[in-house]
Design a protein around this ligand. Structure first.
Ligand code: NAP
Length: 254
């Protein structure tokens, strides 16, 4: 058995810990987006593979038998590539996916299908917007110079594509008290969030509920069907059940 763990999330770090504790041979893969990624207890590689074809080549070259896709639910390209590459290489694939957040009593969420629709859903009148969507898709808000934006990012970007933006540098998990205080200090009137799920980024939604602030919730992108588990234990169980990869090192007795 030789595992490739596609990471970049809290879930992936928890999975890496479990693989190390069980002494399973595994490699952790980062895209290389942040300057100081979280250290891992298993060997790490960094950078893209070169599309689905490059990933399939990597799986062959490194005798990978199992792939665990623990990337962010909005990282749709790498997840689709993993489905294609694993099918091509005959490697078993599972996704470690957290359930999406669901609105409860007291929440005021407006669901939108993508980032462009989130920008269009903001009001005509000036608003103070907590734009909690990371750095990569900020360009969709570039023309909205009537609003003030609060951004929370892991690294300070060299340039920002949007006007009237204030940046807070922080890495989750965040607490309700912290996020409520942050939103009050900036007079936030609207939150824009991706439906990431999980606990680490949930606090802004609880803070929005507590403060009566509406949330523009970007729903998850579609990803091709693959086996999904929702916990470390679920993925460990899958590893024990999943058939050995075809044409891999396992089949060659390595
Ligand atoms: P994406 O759009 O699905 O992927 C873009 C390209 O980045 C992929 O085609 C692949 O390049 C490379 N890539 C992505 N994840 C990789 C990984 N774990 N290891 C090696 N290469 C990877 O992904 P994204 O939205 O840019 O996210 C990039 C990373 O940040 C992911 O690992 C994700 O877990 C993490 N992240 C994303 C978000 C988010 O909101 N999107 C939030 C938190 C963390 P090649 O085609 O060259 O292989």
């Amino acid at each position: 058995m030789r595992i490739l763990l596609l990471g970049g999330t809290t879930e992936a770090s928890r999975m890496a810990r479990a693989l190390a504790d069980h002494r399973l041979p595994a490699i952790f893969s980062y895209a290389g987006r942040t300057e100081a990624p979280v250290a891992q207890p298993i060997p790490v590689r960094v950078g893209g593979f070169g599309g689905a074809e490059g990933l399939a080549d990597y799986l062959h070259a490194n005798a990978i038998t199992h792939v665990i896709d623990a990337t962010h639910p909005f990282a749709a390209r790498i997840s689709a590539n993993a489905v294609t590459a694993c099918a091509r290489a005959g490697v078993a694939l599972v996704a470690f996916e957290r359930p999406p957040w669901v609105a409860g009593a007291g929440d005021d969420w407006r669901h939108v299908p993508d980032v462009a629709a989130a920008a269009a859903a903001l009001p005509e009148s000036p608003a103070n917007v907590f734009l909690a969507i990371g750095r990569q898709t900020l360009g969709a808000f570039a023309a909205l110079d009537r609003h003030r934006f609060l951004l929370r990012l892991v690294d300070l970007p060299e340039a920002l594509p949007i006007p009237n933006a204030e940046v807070v540098i922080a890495r989750g998990p965040f607490t309700l008290d912290e996020d409520r205080a942050l939103m009050q200090a900036h007079g936030i009137t609207h939150v824009v969030a991706k439906n990431a799920g999980g606990s680490g980024a949930r606090a802004k939604l609880d803070a929005a509920r507590a403060l009566g602030v509406p949330v523009v919730m970007i729903d998850r992108p579609g990803i091709p069907a693959r086996p999904v588990r929702g916990s470390v234990e679920g993925v460990m169980g899958w590893l024990h059940e999943a058939p050995a990869a075809v044409g891999s090192g396992a089949d060659r007795g390595e």
